[in-house]
Design a protein around this ligand. Structure first.
Ligand code: TYD
Ligand code: MG
Length: 453
């Protein structure tokens, strides 16, 4: 009997070893290395009866001789999804959608599959056909073109694909698939690698786009080997706070478009709704003005987004004051507090400071700094900031207000949404002319106080 071939893989990063060891050399994690059986049969093709295709050789072509007319993208009937993909799906591409459990990955792809005018095969290894139908009924049950298959073995999936000849294949999820050619269990590194390779081969040879759902690990990376992300053409991330209704779709890698684009959805009882004007919903409606709220003109990717920052400053009850931030980097909050204490003379050392970005999204655009500072000052003095004001600037360690990129776009968005004044750095080069919004230039955080308090 042939000897069973095994190898050792780190379950965290996918590094391969010949022998077991306690710590992974590449990611330094302990006890993550496990033995997996690898057995390669001779024929390792998505279509096991057509070995001729894999022997086809390609010839070098001049770049201007390459015909791209057949590369017309498929319209996914979803503006947000199309935008993130860079204008629709490219035939033969592999797209991986990652996200936390329960964030709505299955809902998003099922909903898209139901809307498509093309023949779509939705393969699920996680739910039964009845469960999917129940979910589909919440979304939109009337679709002639959507086929549901519950299967986890890749060879069986390819058999069904050959009969059905779908235009798009959706796989939910890559971690549930297993291939006969590898003996280790579904979800293991070698299985994920093998199944993805088979799917890539299938996609490239038939020009069928494949959408994969991928689980993520507890630190937010897509579960499985890092190589998975290298193998696919596009990696999308679906994120948002599960307790909030908004979901953000962004591209981490895109071979066919920019990774700066962003799609926003709202989770409703009837599925996901596309949000075409995000700024309006991120700013909470309220009667009267409350202290501690400030609005920032941020950019998420290429899209301007008005985000509300809320701060609460109160006297510390215990010895060590608490600092807590949701949706904003806690270290950056501490830095801004230190700047306010040292440069602007605010005694915040003995105060609890809580900061929250509304809508459950997290922001890393530095332009939000000034709004954070304004919200803290407003809460500290208990003086509301006019709801017609918004902010877009970074704050430096010496208390200087620094310029931010694409300020014109932020000003335009603020103007469009009816703000009367936007606070930006004096050092920003503003090329906009005759805008109706007042652009207030400031140089230091201390200057802000005279406008607000
Ligand atoms: P799901 O797509 O199953 O998440 P994932 O595949 O990423 O694990 O989403 C499940 C959540 O979405 C669930 O908590 C309920 C919610 N949901 C709605 O709020 N409305 C709906 O119409 C649907 C289908 C789900
Ligand atoms: Mg799911």
């Amino acid at each position: 009997m042939a000897k069973v071939k095994t190898a050792f893989y780190c379950q965290n990063c996918g590094a391969q070893y010949a022998k077991w060891q306690g710590q992974c050399n590449s990611c330094k994690q302990w006890n993550t290395i496990a033995e997996e059986v690898i057995q390669k049969p001779q024929k390792n093709d998505w279509k096991s009866n057509s070995s001729t295709t894999s022997q086809r050789t390609s010839k070098p072509l001049r770049i201007n001789e390459i015909d791209v007319t057949q590369e017309a993208r498929l319209n996914m009937q979803d503006t947000e999804f199309n935008r993130v993909l860079g204008g629709g799906m490219v035939p033969g591409s592999l797209t991986l959608l990652g996200g936390e459990p329960g964030i709505g990955k299955s809902t998003l792809l099922l909903q898209i599959a139901l809307q498509l005018p093309y023949k779509t095969l939705y393969v699920s290894g996680e739910e039964s056909q009845k469960q999917i139908k129940m979910r589909a009924e919440r979304v939109d049950p009337n679709s002639e073109n959507c086929f549901i298959l519950t299967e986890t073995k890749t060879q069986n999936i390819f058999k069904q694909v050959e009969d059905l000849e779908p235009d798009i294949v959706v796989i939910d999820s890559i971690q549930t698939l297993h291939s006969d050619y590898i003996e280790s269990s579904a979800g293991s590194i070698s299985q994920i690698k093998e199944c993805t390779t088979e799917l890539i081969k299938f996609a490239k040879e038939t020009a069928t786009p494949v959408l994969l759902i991928g689980h993520i690990t507890k630190d937010g990376h897509i579960a499985g080997p890092k190589i998975l992300e290298h193998m696919v053409d596009t990696v999308l991330q679906f994120e948002g706070d599960r307790n909030h209704v908004f979901r953000i779709l962004r591209a981490h890698k895109n071979r066919f478009g920019s990774t700066n684009e962003l799609g926003i959805y709202e989770m409703l009882g009837s599925g996901l709704r596309q949000v075409s004007n995000p700024s309006e919903i991120l700013i909470s409606e309220k009667d009267g003005e409350l202290s501690g709220n400030a609005i920032s003109a941020t950019l998420e990717g290429m899209r301007p987004l008005m985000i509300e920052v809320q701060a609460l400053v109160s006297t510390a009850v215990y010895g060590t004051p608490q600092r807590s931030a949701t949706g904003f980097n806690a270290k950056r909050l501490n830095m801004l507090l230190a700047v306010l204490e040292k440069r602007a003379g605010f005694r915040l050392g003995a105060k609890d400071v809580f900061l929250n970005i509304t809508g459950g999204i997290s922001v890393d655009d530095p332009a939000i700094d000034l709004a954070v500072v304004a919200a803290i000052l407003s809460s500290n003095e208990d003086v509301p900031i006019s709801s017609d004001f918004c902010f877009a600037a970074e704050v430096g360690l010496s208390g200087e207000v620094r310029p931010v990129q694409r300020v014109d776009q932020r000003i335009q968005e603020a103007e469009k949404l009816g703000f009367s004044t936007i606070f930006v750095s004096k050092y920003n080069k503003i090329s906009l002319k005759n805008s109706s919004i007042k652009v207030q230039l400031i140089t230091k955080v201390e200057d802000l106080t005279s406008f607000l308090i």
